[in-house]
Design a protein around this ligand. Structure first.
Ligand SMILES: Nc1ncnc2c1ncn2[C@@H]1O[C@H](COP(=O)(O)OP(=O)(O)O)[C@@H](O)[C@H]1O
Ligand SMILES: C[C@@](O)(CCOP(=O)(O)O)CC(=O)O
Length: 320
C-alpha cells in the first residue's frame, strides 16, 4: 500500500518530543546510582495522526504499512500505542500515524523514548483528552521496557522535562540549576550502539565480579554528585575533570568502543576540558565540554573534519 494513496479525512492531531543527553551516570543509573541528563532540543520527533479508514497504518522511516504487519523493532512502540488507545477507549483502527524524526536511532540520544512520547502525545491530542505527566511516562515506559529490557526511566523522564534533571530510580527527579553557561558539543561516531546489549553486558559483569563492578558503579555515582556540584557551584574546569573520570569508569565497564575512544581522545587533544560517551555506548555519540562559545564552534568543525557523522554544539544555559 502506498501511504500517499491512503485517503484521510480532515481530522489530524500532532505530538512532538525533543531528545535527551545523559551528561553523566549512564549505566550506573540502572543499578540505583544517580545520573544527570539534559533535554536536547536540537533534534526531535513529530507524530501526526490522521483519520483514515482501515487498519492502523504507520508512515515512518522505520516502516510504512499496516501496524499488524510491522517489524519486530516496532513492537515496543506498538505496545505503547495499544495501551494508550485502550486507555482512551479508541478502536484500534482508522488511524494513520506519521512519524518524522531527526534523532539518529541507536546513538544514545533517546530516539525510542522520543518516538513513543511524540506518538502518545499525538494520540491524546487526537482524542482531545488531557493527560498527566504520570500517564505520559506510564505509556512511554511500556515501549522503553520492550526496547531496552530494564530501563532506568531516565530517558522518558528527561524527554518530558524542560530542565536538566537529577535522576535516581527510587527517587526519580529533581532539577539542576547551572550557575553559568556550559558549552558542549555532541558528536556522532556513526556507529550504531545497542543499549539493551550494553546494559546486559554490565549486568553480566556485575554477576561475575560483583565487588569490583559494584565499586565502579558506586564511583560513577560519586562522580555524578561531583558533576552536580560543578554545574551548580564549581564550574567548567571541575566538570571537565569529572567527565573524564566517568569515561575511565565506563571504559572499564566495557561500554566504550574504539570509535568512541578515538573521538574522545581527539576532542581532548583539541582542547575539550572533558569528554565522554553519552547514552548506552558501544557506538553512538560523545559529549565534549568546550572552553567557551568560540572554542565550541571550532571544536565542532574539527570533529566534523575528523569524521563525526553529525555534530551539535549545544549550550546549557545558566538558570537563576
Ligand atoms: N523514525 C522512527 N519511526 C518509528 N520508530 C522509530 C523511529 N526512530 C526510532 N524508532 C523506534 O526507536 C527504536 C530505536 O531506538 P534506539 O536505537 O533504542 O534509541 P536509543 O538507543 O537512542 O534510545 C526503533 O527500534 C523504533 O522502535
Ligand atoms: C545505559 C542507560 O543508562 C542509558 C541509555 O540511553 P540510550 O537509550 O542509549 O539513549 C540505560 C538506562 O538508563 O535505562
Amino acid at each position: 500500500m502506498s501511504i500517499e494513496k491512503v485517503s484521510t479525512t480532515e481530522k489530524t492531531a500532532i505530538g512532538i518530543a525533543h531528545s535527551k543527553l545523559i551528561l553523566i551516570g549512564e549505566h550506573a543509573v540502572v543499578h540505583g546510582q544517580p545520573a544527570i541528563a539534559i533535554p536536547f532540543p536540537l533534534v526531535g520527533v513529530e507524530s501526526v495522526i490522521e483519520r483514515i479508514s482501515g487498519p492502523i497504518t504507520f508512515d515512518s522511516t522505520f516502516y510504512q504499512g499496516p501496524m499488524d504487519a510491522a517489524p519486530i523493532t516496532l513492537d515496543g512502540i506498538i505496545n505503547s500505542i495499544e495501551a494508550t488507545l485502550d486507555h482512551l477507549q479508541l478502536p484500534k483502527r482508522n488511524l494513520l500515524i506519521r512519524v518524522k524524526s531527526s534523532i539518529p536511532p541507536g546513538k544514545g540520544l533517546g530516539s525510542s523514548a522520543s518516538v513513543a512520547i511524540a506518538i502518545i502525545r499525538s494520540l491524546f491530542a487526537y482524542a482531545e483528552v488531557s493527560y498527566t505527566e504520570k500517564e505520559l511516562l506510564y505509556f512511554a515506559d511500556i515501549a522503553e521496557t520492550f526496547a531496552h529490557g530494564s530501563p532506568s526511566g531516565i530517558d522518558t523522564l528527561t524527554i518530558t522535562s524542560e530542565s536538566p534533571v537529577w535522576f535516581e530510580k527510587e527517587n526519580p527527579i529533581s532539577y539542576i540549576k547551572p550557575s553559568s553557561d556550559f558549552h558542549f558539543i555532541v558528536a556522532d561516531t556513526g556507529r550504531i550502539g545497542d543499549t539493551r546489549s550494553a546494559v546486559e553486558s554490565v549486568a553480566h559483569l556485575l554477576k561475575t565480579a560483583p565487588r569490583k563492578i559494584h565499586a565502579k558503579i558506586e564511583r560513577i555515582g560519586e562522580l555524578t554528585h561531583h558533576a552536580k556540584y560543578a554545574l551548580e557551584k564549581a564550574g567548567r574546569n571541575f566538570l571537565g575533570q569529572v567527565l573524564n573520570e566517568a569515561q575511565k569508569e565506563l571504559e572499564s565497564l566495557g561500554v566504550s568502543d574504539a570509535g568512541l575512544n578515538k573521538m574522545i581522545k581527539f576532542a581532548r587533544e583539541e582542547g575539550a576540558i572533558g569528554a565522554k560517551l553519552t547514552g548506552g555506548g558501544n557506538g553512538g555519540c560523545i559529549i565534549a565540554l568546550a572552553k567557551n562559545e568560540v572554542h565550541s564552534r571550532q571544536l565542532a568543525e574539527k570533529l566534523k573534519k575528523f569524521g563525526a557523522h553529525a555534530v551539535w554544539p549545544f549550550v546549557l544555559r545558566k538558570q537563576d
